[in-house]
Design a protein around this ligand. Sequence first.
Ligand code: ADP
Length: 381
Amino acid sequence: MGLLHRRRDVTVDDAVHRTAELDAARAEGARAGRALQRAQAALDSLPVGVVMVDARGHVVSRNASTHVAGAHGEVLVQEAIDRHVEAALAGRESQSAVELFGPPRRVLQVRGIPQPDGGALVVVDDVSERARLDTVRTDFVANISHELKTPVGALAVLAEALADEDDPEVMRRLAGKLVDEAHRAAAAIDDLLELSRIELGGRAGHELVQVVTVVREAAVRSLAGAEQRDIRVDVDEPSPDLCVRGDRRQLVSALANLIDNAVKYSEAGGDVFVSAPVRDGDVELTVRDRGIGIPTRDLDRIFERFYRVDRARSRETGGTGLGLAIVRHVATNHDGDVRVSSEEGEGSTFVLAIPAVVPASDPAGAHEDDEHDRPDEETFG
Ligand code: ADP
């Protein structure tokens, strides 16, 4: 009866009012749901993994970056998260690294941070790149020490021998060797400074550089070494109109390194060919030799710092193992690339390709050219 009585009390106005309240509550709920979805999407887009846990140990929120590919990796990361949640719930900050051997190899840093409300926050950070750079830096320092220790050690030994020597002929020989070793140490330091300058410089500037000047300057720089070994450097000069954008000093350094190598790894009396044809919109600074060539298995590695196919030969010819690393960096800084084709006993061809700058008046597609042809004056004029 009471119920009927109350029902009769509900007026039309009440009903309308309640329906409106219900609609508002539903809309509010939908808005909150959408806000939650947006927050989760934002959390998922973070490169850092985040797990939030309340004081009772229930996971309140967790984003996509806390998951890794592969069941084994997932288990390792989950174990680390559980450990750090437990520590954080007990009020302790903690941290550990999880190494996943991939591929790709990854290093994740997992941190647990206690929260003011008694809950826990766990952050999973991918520190793979930092770890890789640390290794590269450590290796680099070890390599530099080794590269400089050899000539500096030799200098000390030779100087001691010279001090104890009376025979003028032997003294002359020892002094000659001292000079050679001093040159070797100086060359290593020069190349290291050049490499770090080019690496630190990042992307090259936007100066318009005439390719013909680069070719001429690089050839002149390599002249002394070539003459010493009676090697002819045959230069096919490009048109003065052919240009690239970048840093002239870097480009000269890269091309001179390629010519120096062609000279160093050719038999005395040989020939080296330098040209700069244009192909597919790139100036291809090309250095070809008929020297000793490079075994196929080493081709992938010769652009690494300090990598040499034949350590003894490189040392004999005063190589520092940094020349091609410099060339590769110069290519990267100019949005270009460097390629090599080689056959043992037959010779090698290195191509440093840099985007060509063709004068605006040049008809489209006019920059196709044959590898051995001189770029046509009219094409680029
Ligand atoms: P290096 O100072 O030893 O010449 P580079 O970085 O310039 O160092 O070259 C790395 C290695 O690549 C050399 O030690 C050599 O074994 C090989 N190499 C480079 N250019 C040539 C070439 N034109 N012919 C044969 N081998 C070459």
